[in-house]
Design a protein around this ligand. Structure first.
Ligand code: CP
Length: 317
């Protein structure tokens, strides 16, 4: 693997899930492969899980790791070409090129601006990172995709369905939020889940929150949340802002919160969320604190999602 931007960089999704579960059981199996190798993690946006799970994954592989929170610990970065840099101190061209000289894998997080749909959905920012880096790049969440999260989610679903032995129903449910959030978790989840033929997948959201057709065109949409929840085995709650009215919170219907009454409509479904989650806005405490919730397992699997990707890249260096 020479980069990890999206599911398109993975040859066989079933195999990579299987391999992830193997390294979860044997985290130090490849403990020498990272000897004398360095992974650089660069954050243009905040993180808890991504940052620490990648650190832990690197530790399992015997890698060195450095982390840069660019907004707080570095120079103000210029993104545009040709500008007179009056208010910025370092151009993205030098910043990424230099950082890539200091590591063997460069992993980067860059959220969307949620103002310019074309800029975000063309992944202009991340394309610059891919262009200027001299080493393989890993996507720690870009403007439109969060593939490490999706890999961790799909590992978690595999573990709870005896590796998809029986067909299961997964519902991605839009949930209310007071802020405009990216569509990246939802887009990515659709991409990954659509590859698993044993999963019956439905998205439920209020009208106006349709995801970009590029991702959702073959997915069943149900505007009635309670109908969607019927017989579900997994409820994945996530807020995202409007794609059509780009980046806007067009309606904020707090009736879309996930509560125990709705969970009772399901097939004793597990509750999923990528975290961080706003309690009693997205999901009620009693669901999150119940045995139905597998959010911590998802977070734990972030380690093995990162580890399998780092491993595959290290193996190809
Ligand atoms: N789920 C996730 O990516 O968490 P962080 O934003 O804390 O990294």
């Amino acid at each position: 693997m020479n980069k990890f931007f999206s599911i398109k960089d993975v040859d066989d999704i079933y195999k990579i899930i299987d391999e992830s579960i193997f390294i979860k059981k044997n985290p130090f199996y490849f403990k020498t492969i990272g000897k004398n190798k360095t992974i650089g993690l660069v954050f243009f946006n905040p993180s808890l899980r991504t940052r620490i799970s990648c650190q832990k994954a690197a530790f399992h592989l015997g890698c060195n790791i450095w982390i840069l929170d660019i907004n707080n610990d570095s120079w103000k970065i210029e993104m545009n070409d040709g500008n007179i840099m009056k208010n910025t101190q370092e151009h993205i061209k030098e910043a990424i090129s230099v950082m890539s000289l200091y590591c063997d894998i460069l992993a980067v997080r860059t959220f969307p601006n949620l103002l310019d749909k074309n800029y975000d959905y063309e992944e202009i920012f991340f394309k610059k990172i891919l262009l200027y880096s001299r080493v393989p790049v890993v996507n720690l969440e870009s403007a439109t995709l969060h593939p490490l999260q999706s890999l961790a989610d799909i590992i978690t679903i595999a573990e709870h369905s005896s590796f998809f032995k029986k067909k299961c129903k997964v519902v991605l449910s839009w949930a209310p939020h007071i802020k405009s959030l990216p569509q990246s978790v939802a887009n990515s989840l659709v991409q990954w889940i659509s590859k698993i033929k044993e999963i019956d997948f439905i998205i439920t959201h209020p009208k106006g929150y349709e995801l970009c057709k590029k991702y959702s065109k073959n997915v069943q949409i149900e505007f009635d949340q309670k109908k969607a929840f019927k017989n579900a085995d997994f409820i994945y709650a996530k807020n995202w802002s409007s794609y059509s009215d780009y980046g806007k919170v067009i309606i904020n219907d707090f009736n879309w919160i996930v509560n125990m009454e709705k969970m009772k409509l399901t097939n004793n479904a597990k509750f999923m969320h990528c975290l961080p989650v706003r309690r009693n806005m997205v999901v009620k405490d009693d669901v999150l604190d119940s045995e139905l919730s597998i959010v911590l397992e998802q977070s734990e699997n972030r380690i093995y999602a990162a580890q399998i990707i780092f491993l595959k890249i290290l193996q190809s260096l």
